[in-house]
Design a protein around this ligand. Structure first.
Ligand SMILES: Nc1ncnc2c1ncn2[C@@H]1O[C@H](COP(=O)(O)OP(=O)(O)OP(=O)(O)O)[C@@H](O)[C@H]1O
Ligand SMILES: [Mg+2]
Length: 246
C-alpha cells in the first residue's frame, strides 16, 4: 500500500475543444506540504477543483485518501476528510467569525449540532486561539484585515479535522509580513493537526518557506515534480524564468 494521499493518473480536461489539463499525473505523499505552482492560467485551480470533485475530468483517474472520487459514494467519504481555503477566503459577510468557523459543522453534522453545540464552540475557540484570532470571535469579516480573514478561512477548514487541506493562493494580495504569518500557520496546521497541505501558489518566497514537494504546471502540463532544491537543475525555460534563475 502506498502512502500517497492524492494520486492523479493521466488526467485530462477538455472544455469546448480547449485542453485545460493535458495528461496530468502526480502523487502527493501523506504528511507533506506540497506546492502546486505555475503561472496564471496554467491550470492550478482546475486541479484543486477536480481533486475536490467539483468538476469531473474528461479522462483519467483520481484517487484521494485511497478512494476513487468518480464514485459518488466514495466522493462523499472523501469530502468529509478534506478542507478547502478558497482564493478570496469566501467568508460569509453576515456571519461573525465564530459562526463562519462553525459553518461546516452546521452543514455536515446537522443532527448533532444542537446537542453538541457547546463542545463545537469550545473547539472553534481553541482553533481561533491557535491561529491568533482569540478576541475576534464576534467581529464580522469586513472589519478584519485580509490576513485575518485568511486565518478565519483556515480555522473554518480545520474545524472538521480533515486529513487534507487544499489552499488556493493563500498569500495572494497580502503584504510580506502577513504572508510570513500565513506561511507559518500552514506549517503549524501540518504539525499540530497532522494535515497534508496542498497549496496552490505562484509565490516563490512561500514555496521556499514551506514546500516539501513542488509540482510545476504550465499550459495544463506538468513540467516538474520533486523537491524545490532540485528545481535548479531543470532546463525547462518556463521554470527558469518563473523562478528568475540566472
Ligand atoms: N469553466 C471553464 N471554461 C472555460 N475555460 C476555463 C474554465 N475554467 C478554467 N478555464 C481555463 O482554464 C485555464 C486554467 O485555469 P485555472 O483557473 O485552473 O488557472 P490557474 O493556474 O489557477 O490561474 P491563476 O493563477 O490565474 O489563478 C485558463 O486558461 C482558464 O481560462
Ligand atoms: Mg487559480
Amino acid at each position: 500500500m502506498s502512502n500517497f494521499i492524492v494520486k492523479f493518473d493521466n488526467v485530462s480536461l477538455v472544455i469546448e475543444g480547449k485542453k485545460i489539463l493535458d495528461d496530468v499525473s502526480f502523487e502527493i505523499e501523506e504528511g507533506t506540504n506540497t506546492f502546486i505552482m505555475g503561472p496564471s492560467g496554467s491550470g492550478k485551480t482546475t486541479i484543486l477543483k477536480i481533486a475536490a470533485g467539483l468538476i469531473f475530468p474528461t479522462s483519467g483517474k483520481i484517487r484521494i485518501l485511497n478512494k476513487d472520487i468518480s464514485n459518488i459514494k466514495e466522493l462523499y467519504e472523501v469530502r468529509e476528510n478534506i478542507g478547502f481555503v478558497f482564493q478570496y477566503s469566501a467568508l460569509i459577510d453576515t456571519l461573525n467569525v465564530l459562526d463562519n468557523v462553525l459553518l461546516p459543522l452546521k452543514f455536515r453534522k446537522r443532527n448533532e449540532f444542537k446537542k453538541r453545540k457547546k463542545e463545537y464552540i469550545d473547539k472553534a475557540l481553541e482553533i481561533l486561539d491557535f491561529l491568533g484570532l482569540r478576541g475576534f470571535e464576534y467581529y464580522y469579516p469586513n472589519s478584519l484585515s485580509g490576513g485575518m480573514q485568511k486565518r478565519v478561512a483556515f480555522a473554518r477548514a480545520v474545524i472538521t479535522l480533515p486529513k487534507i487541506i487544499f489552499y488556493d493562493e493563500p498569500t495572494s494580495g497580502l503584504d510580506p509580513i502577513s504572508s510570513n504569518q500565513i506561511n507559518k500557520m500552514i506549517i503549524d496546521i501540518n504539525k499540530k493537526y497532522n494535515v497534508t497541505n496542498v497549496v496552490v501558489s505562484h509565490d516563490i518566497l512561500s514555496s521556499k518557506q514551506i514546500a516539501s514537494f513542488v509540482i510545476f504546471i504550465y499550459n495544463g502540463q506538468i513540467k516538474f515534480k520533486g523537491k524545490l532544491e532540485d528545481i535548479r537543475e531543470t532546463n525547462e525555460e518556463i521554470i527558469r524564468n518563473f523562478f528568475q534563475m540566472v
